[in-house]
Design a protein around this ligand. Structure first.
Ligand code: UN1
Length: 497
């Protein structure tokens, strides 16, 4: 135990222990013998101290010119870029996904940070004519104040950066609670921000459990907005708690994303896309492909191609460059995935490959499961309807584009969808008629870039988007300003002659 590092909370520019005096162990999901570190088991009073610091720091930070805030973010991005390899291997150790993907995760944080650094010199509002003479109209974005962030474990650095960077460039201050399973990546992000000059109190972090810290982070009157990524069930609780005091809530929740493969699709490409979409990040993305609608004329061929490829995927420790798919994050999620595999079997779906927990040797130390493909799935099955968040793909047959679109839309979620076809008319029809926030043509359901809005319709979100300039709308409020230099009273809508 002696060489296990203890990581502290970050409050008001200081690394401090929790008032609870307690820590918890975080272990590597690929090898639970390895302890990543000891992290603070924080209590509500820690969250309150962090909110206090953020609230005090807001008074100055909101007045720092946005281009100056951007310069700091630019340096943070550069620092992340310089340390990318180390940050990625820390992330693979704590989260499990393969090193190629954790490099992508860190890169996504870098992209978002550079992007928002640039926004420091834009943050455009509008100037527009007045209906009255000698009057000037314009809009500016004003920050909200303290933002609470409740972050997930599947993108340990990218998603915290999606939330933090737009909030900071707009002039807000923040308190973040990383997932209890992936706090190290947020510790690393805090360190980079602090050492590159983000002032004390502007960013704060408390580690620990959601049920303990959530209420304080949501209900404190100084918190103006809560940004949450996680399950629809928890998102509903966050939303209801925010509604009481009209706090803004930005919610990014579940998905049940579909890839459509039409009879004219390039099947090799469609298989590549489905494998990456379904088994990348071990299926633990909100955007993961968990449903596949395949045209009946090619379903047999497509199924045999994907099953053959799925069988060849190397499952193991993500630090090994040869590994294709890492472990599931923890025992609870593994149990959940195994439960859904059993449900699929008992509902009468045909298990084409996978379906087992991997055991023996190194596998016994982690939470490994085989890439799993079900066929003969029907739209009333739970494996077709419910979010699994694991490497389980369900394939359904269709006989027309219309039917494929109806199946795609037959879900409570609306995050991402994709179509593989060579027909431009089919592509555009699906693009228009599938009700999701993200849509891909001849590409998998995963792979969003940071300068486009990210989020979903229906029970995936509550109308907001992360990333892109849409994120600025979440973390600022418009102020419309009218300057009258006529020297007399001019009444809008009345004195317009
Ligand atoms: C998520 O699905 O949980 O689009 C986030 C992607 C990544 C982000 C995914 N850029 O797959």
């Amino acid at each position: 135990m002696s060489n296990v590092t203890e990581y502290k909370n970050f409050i008001n520019g200081q690394w401090v222990a929790s008032k609870s005096g307690q820590t918890y162990e975080n272990r590597n999901p690929a090898n639970t013998d390895q302890i990543i570190g000891l992290f603070q088991q924080s209590v509500a009073a820690d969250a309150t101290a962090a909110i206090e610091a953020a609230s005090a720091a807001f008074k100055k930070w909101r007045l720092v010119p946005a281009p100056k805030r951007g310069e700091i973010l630019y340096n943070v991005a550069k620092r992340l870029f310089d340390n990318k390899e180390e940050l990625s291997s820390d992330m693979t150790r704590e989260m499990g996904k393969v090193i190629k993907e954790t490099r992508g995760d860190v890169q996504e944080a870098i992209d978002m940070t550079f992007y928002m650094a640039g926004e420091g010199r834009r943050l455009f509002g509008i100037t527009t004519p007045s209906e009255l003479a000698n009057k000037f109209n314009m809009t500016i974005r004003q920050p909200l104040g303290v933002c609470s962030f409740i972050a997930p474990w599947n993108f340990p650095m990218a998603i915290p950066a999606w939330k933090m960077m737009p909030a900071l460039i707009c002039g807000n201050t923040i308190v973040i609670k990383p997932s209890e399973h992936t706090p190290l990546s947020v510790v690393n992000l805090m360190k980079a921000c602090h050492e590159e000059g983000v002032p004390p109190g502007v960013i704060n972090m408390v580690t620990g459990d959601g049920p303990v810290l959530g209420p304080a982070l949501i209900t404190d009157p100084r918190v103006k907005i809560v940004s949450f990524t996680g399950s629809t069930r928890t998102g509903r609780i966050v939303s209801e708690a925010c509604a009481k005091n009209f706090k803004h809530a930005c919610l990014e929740m579940g998905g049940k994303n579909v890839e459509i493969v039409m009879d004219d699709a390039n099947l090799e490409l469609a298989v590549d896309g489905a494998l990456w979409g379904a088994f990348g990040t071990t299926g633990q993305r909100c955007t993961a492909t968990s449903r596949l609608v395949c045209h009946k004329d090619v379903i047999e061929k497509f199924t045999s191609m994907i099953v053959e490829r799925a069988k060849k995927l190397q499952v193991g420790n993500g630090l090994d460059e040869a590994t294709d798919m890492g472990p599931i994050i923890n025992q609870k999620q593994l149990d959940n995935v195994m439960k859904y595999i059993e449900i699929g079997k008992s509902e009468g779906a045909r298990l084409q490959t996978g379906g087992e927990r991997l055991t023996g040797g190194e596998y016994d130390k982690g939470y490994f499961v085989q890439p799993t493909v079900f066929t003969d799935v029907t739209a009333d099955m739970r494996i077709w309807k419910e979010e699994i968040f694991g490497p389980v793909l369900s394939i359904v047959s269709c006989s027309s584009l219309d039917e494929a679109i109806n199946l795609a839309n037959d879900t409570v979620y609306g995050l991402s969808a994709s179509i593989y076809t060579q027909d431009v008319n089919s592509a555009y029809t699906a693009m228009r008629d599938i009700n999701t926030g993200i849509f891909y043509v001849n590409a998998p359901t995963i792979g969003a870039e940071t300068h486009l809005p990210f989020g979903g319709t229906k029970e995936t979100g509550n109308g907001h988007r992360e990333a892109g300039t849409a994120a600025l709308d979440v973390f600022s409020e418009w102020k419309s300003i009218y300057v009258d230099f006529s020297g007399k009273l001019q009444r809008a809508q009345i004195d317009t002659e």
